[in-house]
Every structure is written in structure tokens, then in C-alpha cells.
Write a protein that binds this ligand. Structure first.
Ligand code: ITT
Length: 197
């Protein structure tokens, strides 16, 4: 297996993906100084393809990209594809999380259902017409306060009912075994190994 470039600049994601893809030599795109592409798509899959294509083009290597986000029912699906910039371009995880709590202020517990979505894409080269695509969904709900320090992004407010804690209170291994990203990655690796592309 040749090197695969990982088309992400998010350290939290990179750690989670590397922990699961042990069979592959993954190189983060920062090693090649790849400039991040603008995420102009209106769906996770479009943005994942844009990121993978950009990295494959600049590194001349196969590429894996993740586009992910949080979908909240009471907010008609927001923050969705703009989860990383919900409080504005360049906003921190903390600012995004605070905006989410503000938007949900007063919404009762039973109406705070939400899910993390992840779409992972593998492209053999920048012009690959048949990318391997895998999706994962993780159901939960949004608390009215933050709890826990593990993970990244919205983890401190994402309640995982089957574990009775937030995703920021799970160990890295426990989160990977349940999460949207873990699900998508396991599927993606199975598809790659089965020669799906
Ligand atoms: P790259 O595009 O460089 O990979 P990014 O952070 O901009 O990094 P996305 O556009 O896919 O990535 O946005 C994903 C955002 O969704 C991320 O910044 C978090 O705010 C949120 N998110 C996704 N997965 C998450 C997880 O496992 N835990 C907490 N928040 C998550």
C-alpha cells in the first residue's frame, strides 16, 4: 500500500482517523503544505470530494477526506455542513459550541435530538471518477451545558444515551467504536480492501 494523504487540517479528526487506519501509511496534508480548499458544497459528500480531490492533486497521491458535522432537529438541521464555522469563519470550537447552546436556549430536553454525520471519501487520484464513499451517523442529543474534556468540537455537549455521558467523557477508543467517524472509517476500509473502486 502506497502512502495516502489525509485531507484534513483538524487535529482532533486526524488523531481519530489515524487510530483506526493502522493498515495504511497516512500522511496529513499539512506535511505537503496543501492549502485548504473552500468547502462550497451544500452536502457533506460534495465537500468530502472537494477536499480529497484538492489533496490528491497537490500531493500526487491517493487521498482520504472526511466531511462531518452536527445536525440538530430543533434547528432544522443546523449547523450541518457549516459546523466548523457556525459562529463565523475562523471561530473556535468553544465559540461554535456557545452559539449552539444559545440557539437552543429554552428548548426542552425531549426536543434536543441531534446526530453527528460523517462522510469519508477515498480517491485514487485527483481525476478519479469513482471515489469510494462511506457514511456514518451517531444519534444523541444536545445538553444545555458542556461536560467533559476529551475529543473536540461539539463533543462536550453531545449526550450519548447508551453510554450515559457526553462524547467528551468517552475515552478515545470508546468514541471511535461508536462514532459517526468510526462507523464511516470501518466501512471505508472494508470497501477499499474489497476492491470497491
Ligand atoms: P477539515 O475540513 O480540515 O477536515 P474541519 O474541522 O473544517 O476540518 P469539517 O468541515 O468536516 O472539518 O467540519 C466538521 C466540524 O463538525 C468540526 O469542526 C466540529 O465542529 C464538528 N464535528 C465533526 N465531528 C465531530 C466529532 O467527532 N466531535 C465533535 N465535533 C465534531
Amino acid at each position: 500500500m502506497h502512502d495516502i494523504v489525509l485531507a484534513s487540517g483538524n487535529l482532533g479528526k486526524i488523531k481519530e482517523i489515524q487510530a483506526l487506519l493502522t493498515d495504511y501509511l497516512l500522511v496529513p496534508q499539512s506535511v505537503f503544505n496543501v492549502a485548504e480548499v473552500e468547502e462550497t458544497g451544500s452536502t457533506f459528500v460534495e465537500n468530502a470530494i472537494l477536499k480529497a480531490r484538492n489533496a490528491a492533486l497537490h500531493c500526487n497521491l491517493p487521498a482520504i477526506a472526511d466531511d462531518s458535522g452536527l445536525v440538530v432537529d430543533a434547528l432544522n438541521g443546523a449547523p450541518g455542513v457549516i459546523s466548523a464555522r457556525y459562529a463565523g469563519i475562523g471561530s473556535s470550537d468553544q465559540q461554535n459550541l456557545e452559539k449552539l447552546l444559545q440557539e437552543l436556549a429554552g428548548v426542552p430536553e425531549q426536543q434536543r435530538s441531534a446526530r453527528f454525520i460523517c462522510v469519508m471519501v477515498f480517491m485514487k487520484h485527483a481525476d478519479d471518477p469513482f471515489p469510494v464513499i462511506a457514511q456514518g451517523v451517531w444519534e444523541g442529543r444536545i445538553l444545555d451545558h458542556a461536560s467533559g474534556t476529551n475529543g473536540f468540537g461539539y463533543d462536550p455537549v453531545f449526550w450519548v444515551p447508551e453510554q450515559n455521558c457526553t462524547s467528551a467523557e468517552l475515552s478515545a477508543a470508546a468514541k471511535n467504536s461508536l462514532s459517526h467517524r468510526g462507523q464511516a472509517l470501518r466501512l471505508l476500509t472494508a470497501l477499499i480492501k474489497s476492491g470497491a473502486s
